[in-house]
Design a protein around this ligand. Structure first.
Ligand code: ATP
Ligand code: MG
Length: 429
């Protein structure tokens, strides 16, 4: 037999047992975006390398060491996109989408970064992102945050922490940067190699360090908040006021910075403790300078990106609801006569309930392994029939998502009962 070929490290497959969760998440995100009137844009996975070095920043981790960059057959340097914002801005400029318009766009797509693979961190991963152009007020910042919050709620995640910060104008940032560098120069002995390197290249990123010694030094460092300009403060105050009014919980984290160079003013992240070090599920902020930086007319902009692998992992952990394509019911059949009679029952049900998605267990086995199969397929209900039930003419219905309640009904009652249960399912299922 020939040697088998494995997938490339960090490039995963989504197997049939996982696709229902993906479809559920994708459907919910898309329909939420739709409800806010955001329009979809589809972008290429490959761009000129220069686009990313000019937008994300020459000395960011992404551009320095994470991009899949190669020369194509013409000798042009191309890169697989590591994120979606740069390409979206490029397309908006190239196609004149920003002339007298304030587009609110979203995209979904695969991104590529050469990072160390671990749970929640892959070399190929998927994002759903939003970018809004031409609006500079805190109202759109608030809308974008409310939108992301609803997207998370819609997939069943409502306990993820939102952190906010303001980075001020580029001028304020530059002044703070100088103060920070001056301070850290006095404490070089306590800095790790990474921070020393960043001191030269990207000092604000040091605020993001996880090294405890460096963190101790940072506790004494000048605070970014003291350097923020008054207009940015006012902008941030208004944003917070709208979020308060809308009942969105958040914490202001004055040390929150983003890994990409293009952010200014509002930045935000949704963070969970459930995914270890890969805790950020959604991140974004304002990037008013970027459009101009890559050749367009100065245009304010704000956006965010959700990491789908992390979202799916959380939804799986939370055992969130099944998707549009998963079965309504899985027929669990234990015993010889049940196996035989089950196929008849399934046909009766299909006749009685058009649109019913029902999977009949075949191949025998015990309750446990059959319930496992039902779980894997994310069926809403298990219909259970053992040999005893066959004799009594009964079926047990177990709700696999609504708290696991059980009821026993006669075979004659089953179609009516199932129809009622299906009507009670949330829409889209
Ligand atoms: P992290 O700090 O976890 O590296 P990041 O700041 O690099 O994240 P962004 O560039 O802001 O991430 O991307 C937005 C979202 O995309 C992240 O919050 C995360 O959910 C997801 N993401 C980023 N990199 C990866 C990856 N390598 N694998 C899976 N998801 C990722
Ligand atoms: Mg990263």
């Amino acid at each position: 037999m020939a040697k088998t070929i494995q997938s490339v490290r960090g490039f995963g497959d989504v197997l049939p047992e996982q696709t229902p969760v993906w479809q559920f998440v994708e459907d919910r995100l898309r329909s939420t975006l739709d409800r806010y009137g955001y329009e979809e844009i589809r972008l290429p996975v490959l761009e000129k390398t220069e686009l990313f070095s000019r937008s994300i920043g020459e000395v960011t981790d992404i551009v320095e060491k994470e991009m899949y960059t190669f020369d194509d057959r013409n000798g042009d340097s191309l890169s697989l996109r590591p994120e979606g914002t740069a390409g979206c801005v490029r397309a908006a400029i190239q196609h004149g989408l920003l002339h007298n318009r304030q587009p609110r766009l979203w995209y979904a797509g695969t991104m590529f970064r050469h990072e160390r693979p671990q749970r929640g961190r892959y070399r190929q991963f998927n994002q759903v992102g939003v970018e809004v152009f031409g609006l500079e007020g805190p109202d759109i910042d608030a809308e974008v945050i409310l939108l992301a919050a609803r997207m998370l709620r819609e997939v069943g995640l409502d306990d993820i922490r939102l952190e906010l910060n303001t980075l001020g104008t580029p001028e304020a940032r530059a002044a703070y940067r100088e103060a920070l560098v001056a301070f850290l120069r006095g404490h070089e002995a306590a800095l790790d190699a990474d921070s020393l390197r960043r001191l030269e290249t990207n000092p604000l990123r040091i605020l993001d360090t996880k090294n405890p010694d460096t963190r101790a030094v940072l506790a004494e460092a000048p605070a970014m908040a003291d350097w923020i300009d008054e207009p940015s403060r006012a902008h941030f105050r208004e944003l917070c006021a709208i979020l308060d009014r809308a009942g969105v919980a958040y914490t202001v984290n004055p040390q929150l910075v983003r890994g990409l160079d293009y952010y200014g003013r509002t930045v935000f992240e949704w963070i969970t403790e459930q995914l270890g070090a890969q805790g950020t599920v959604c991140a974004g902020g304002r990037y008013d300078g970027l459009v101009e930086q890559i050749g367009g007319r100065a245009t304010p902009a704000i956006g965010f990106a959700l990491g789908l692998e992390r979202l799916v992992a959380l939804v799986e952990d939370a055992r969130a609801a099944p998707s549009a394509s998963s079965p309504h019911a899985y027929l669990v059949l234990v015993g010889e006569s049940a196996s035989r009679e089950g196929l008849v029952l399934a046909e009766e049900l299909r006749d009685a309930i058009p649109g019913l998605r029902l999977v009949t267990h075949c191949g025998g086995g015990g309750f446990k392994s059959q319930f496992k199969r039902a779980d894997r397929l994310r069926a809403n209900f298990a219909l259970v029939m053992g040999d005893d039930e066959v004799v009594r003419g009964e079926v047990t219905i177990k709700d696999l998502y609504g708290g696991g309640e059980q009821q026993i009904v006669t075979r004659a009652e089953l179609p009516v009962c199932m129809r009622r249960l299906l009507d009670g399912l949330p829409p889209k299922l």
